[in-house]
Write a protein that binds this ligand. Structure first.
Ligand code: ADP
Ligand code: MG
Length: 723
């Protein structure tokens, strides 16, 4: 019999129950004294997994029994809540019935597959509809009963049950008394039902799942011996929502523990490396700061100070400079670069696009020549730009190797194997999340043999504090949490597309009359039958017709690097009035005369991305505006938050609440690393797991005893190394 525990207390936990031998059903205990399950055994060891299924699993990186067991249900359905069709109310609903009249059709305009059918029970019938799930038309046996769980809502003039999950009623009840069911997501070619069968086949072996985490004092009781086996069992075969939640809590703890342990071990490893100390020259720094064209903000001063402290030591700095768009990160990095030069060392600055590298190069040249003219004899960096388009690359690389260049600003072109430095001591990576781990690593390996460079990563993607601990646990963070004074607020407005003629075009004309510039953002480059969004190419034609007096051009990722540079260059010189572009302009671009941005199909973007895009305007001393065009009748919460706030940190917190951390984290790491179970708003779990991991990390030699843990965290370590 399963023991259902509704809440975890310190005194009575399900681990205690396992220890007393009453957690697993009897069928599971028949296996109890068998050897522990080898979590690294190939998936073929599971019943029902033949060579073909195994291959399909491997396609999605599921290779071992462990991988299989950690494919947790996407959601749980409670079929006990099923109601007779006659009693249905709008909202989330479960019904039990037979389905008939199944028919799949394709819409012409949007090329969607719509599958419709009629669900009936003794009390009545309803229509149901699925979008883009053509297999639904063939999934059902009209003579058998299924549970359908979906949203009952009013659409296009009638009530329908939208996109329900479905399950054979006999299956759903097999061996269960509660009707509470895990629903798996489709993996590769493996249907959820098949997946459920495979997991079911392993059911009797759950008690043999070995422990993973080290035990110690002061860990929550639900982490003790046997807890992992129980948690996985509860997740796959829950009796109630509470049961599933208990399972999730343990697994979340485990996930956070692993992440933080990986980060701590990285940090330890990093500290064992030797960096070249960049000595702090107080007078020199004061002279530089004193002759800047503006006063540094307090946040900039603080960050600069933290960085100069770090690089003065012989332990490599690993610091993230986090600041909202326009907060002035560049000048902070420039001061660090100048100090490196003063010490006779080289600095490399890596930027994700040629546009951005060029812009950095120009602003550094401007900054340093202004300093030079005020302070003759000041030793300032000799700067070079290295991008794919740089001519005479070989000569430049030779100069770099011989130490004739102090500061190289570049793109991926910097990372090639034949770029060598004489004495690279400081690396700066702008918009660091745009680079993969491998790329960052390549740059860091360019310092002299036996040394590691100091690393300053910069990002304008604000990371909520709760996420920071786990995602960037091995980094020190400096925060630019204030904007330079005098910035004009950006007014933001949600606008239904139908109103653009009346409300938007006149505003655009005003901007053009002031000789200011406009960005128009579209999601797609060209129309195709798979998307319904407006494309750059189509919009370009339309805008050129609407504003014949304006110089309108386009920018998108499929243009050659040279063409992109050329367009961006002319836009920043004011030779283009309206730039119709995809999100390639999202990162870092600084054109202070551009004061209006229009984002078409705004509903399709994430909050972070909208904020980045909006950050392209309001960079000068003129008021700026942002229009969020939408086709939906009721604007989403995201858009409304954009309208309300321009504070990137606030928006990041909101984003975390709306989307959950998995998606944000996933996006930040190019989907390489995604939190599966942990809910980062669950601060108690995080605090406990992080304390536990920290204590364990003090004795890294103990890892030898925890082979599975070591393997599991290696994957995180590779991803967070030198983030
Ligand atoms: P970001 O943090 O987005 O990279 P930048 O470094 O590009 O921001 O700075 C944005 C603009 O603000 C630049 O034009 C820069 O010269 C200016 N700036 C930076 N710091 C200050 C300051 N303390 N006071 C006034 N303007 C500043
Ligand atoms: Mg920047």
């Amino acid at each position: 019999m399963l023991v259902v525990v509704t809440s975890i207390t310190d005194h009575e936990t399900f681990s205690d129950k396992a220890a007393h031998g009453c957690f697993f059903p009897a069928s599971v205990y028949t296996q109890w004294y068998n050897t522990l399950m080898d979590m690294s055994a190939p998936i073929e060891e599971a019943k029902g997994v033949g060579p073909k299924t195994a291959e399909a699993f491997r396609q999605v990186n599921i290779r071992t029994l462990g991988d299989l067991l950690y494919c947790l249900p996407r959601v749980y359905e409670n079929y006990q809540t099923a109601v007779p069709i006659a009693d249905l109310r709008p909202g989330k609903a479960v019904v039990r019935g037979k389905i008939s009249n199944l028919q799949a059709t394709r819409t012409k305009r949007r090329n969607l597959t719509i599958t419709e059918g009629t669900i009936s029970d003794e009390t009545g019938s309803i229509r149901t509809v699925w979008f883009n799930q053509p297999y639904r038309a063939k999934q059902f046996d009209p003579n058998r009963e299924y549970y359908f769980s979906g949203k009952y809502e009013y659409k296009n003039g009638r009530y329908v049950l939208t996109a329900p999950s479905a399950q054979l009623a006999v299956d759903a009840n097999a061996g269960e008394s509660t009707g509470f069911q895990p629903i798996y997501s489709q993996k590769s070619a493996i249907k959820p039902e098949v997946f459920r069968k495979i997991i079911n086949g392993l059911r009797d072996r759950f008690a043999d799942i070995p422990d993973l985490l080290p035990f110690g004092e002061k860990i929550p009781a639900y982490i003790g011996p046997g807890a992992r086996a129980e948690a996985l069992y509860r997740s796959h075969f829950p009796e109630s929502p509470e049961d599933a939640e208990l399972g999730r809590q343990y697994l979340a703890y485990e996930e956070i523990f692993e992440l933080i342990l990986a980060a701590k071990l990285n940090k330890l490893e990093n500290q064992r490396l030797k960096a070249m100390p960049i000595e702090f020259h107080r007078d020199f720094i004061q002279t530089i700061v004193g002759s800047l064209p503006f006063r540094l903000t307090n946040a900039q001063r603080q960050a600069t100070w933290e960085i100069l402290q770090d690089i003065g030591g012989d332990m490599p700095m690993n610091r993230l400079l986090q600041g909202d768009v326009g907060s002035g990160k560049t000048v902070v990095s420039a001061i660090a670069a100048a100090e490196a030069t003063m010490n006779g060392y080289q600095t490399a600055l890596l930027a994700p696009t040629a546009i951005l590298a060029t812009q950095h190069f120009e602003s550094f040249v401007k900054l340093f020549s202004a300093l030079q003219s005020k302070n003759h004899g000041l030793k300032l960096p000799r700067i070079a730009l290295l991008t794919g388009a740089t001519r005479a690359k070989d000569e430049l690389k030779q100069q770099i190797e011989q130490g004739e260049i102090d500061l190289v600003i570049g793109t991926h072109a910097l990372l090639t194997d034949n770029t060598h430095f004489k004495n690279l001591a400081l690396c700066i990576i702008d918009e660091q999340h745009r680079f993969g781990v491998g790329q960052r690593q390549k740059l860091l390996l360019k310092s002299p043999e036996g040394t590691a460079p100091h690393l300053l990563s910069m990002t304008a993607t604000p990371i909520p504090r709760s996420l920071q601990l786990t995602v960037f646990g091995d980094l020190d963070v400096s925060l630019l949490n204030e904007l330079p004074p005098g910035r004009q607020p950006i007014s933001t407005k949600i606008l239904p597309e139908l109103q653009q003629t009346d409300q938007l075009y006149p505003e655009m004309r005003k901007i053009l009359a002031k000789k200011q510039q406009i960005y128009w953002i579209c999601q797609a480059i060209e129309e195709n039958n798979r998307n319904t969004v407006t494309s750059v190419k189509k919009q370009l034609t339309k805008i050129a017709q609407l504003f014949p007096e304006a110089r309108v051009e386009m920018l998108h990722g499929r243009m050659s690097a040279d063409d992109k540079d050329d367009v961006m260059d002319r836009f920043s010189r004011g030779q283009i009035d309206i730039l119709v572009s995809t999100t390639v302009v999202e990162v870092g671009v600084d054109v202070p005369n551009a004061n209006m941005i229009i984002i078409q199909d705004a509903e399709n973007y994430g909050l972070a991305q909208l904020h980045q895009l909006r950050g392209r305007v309001g960079r000068g001393d003129q008021p700026a505006s942002c229009f969020l065009l939408t086709t939906s009748e009721k604007p989403s919460r995201r858009l409304r938050e954009m309208e309300k706030s321009t504070d990137g940190f606030h928006l990041a917190e909101v984003d975390l609440k709306i989307r959950g951390p998995g998606e944000i984290y996933g996006a930040m790491q190019h989907g390489e690393l995604n939190l599966q179970v942990a809910n980062l708003t669950d601060t108690t779990v995080i605090t406990a797991a992080s304390r536990h991991a920290e204590a364990f990390a003090k004795h890294p030699e103990d890892m030898i005893q925890y082979k599975e843990l070591a393997t599991r965290i290696r994957k995180y370590q590779q991803l967070t190394t030198l983030n």
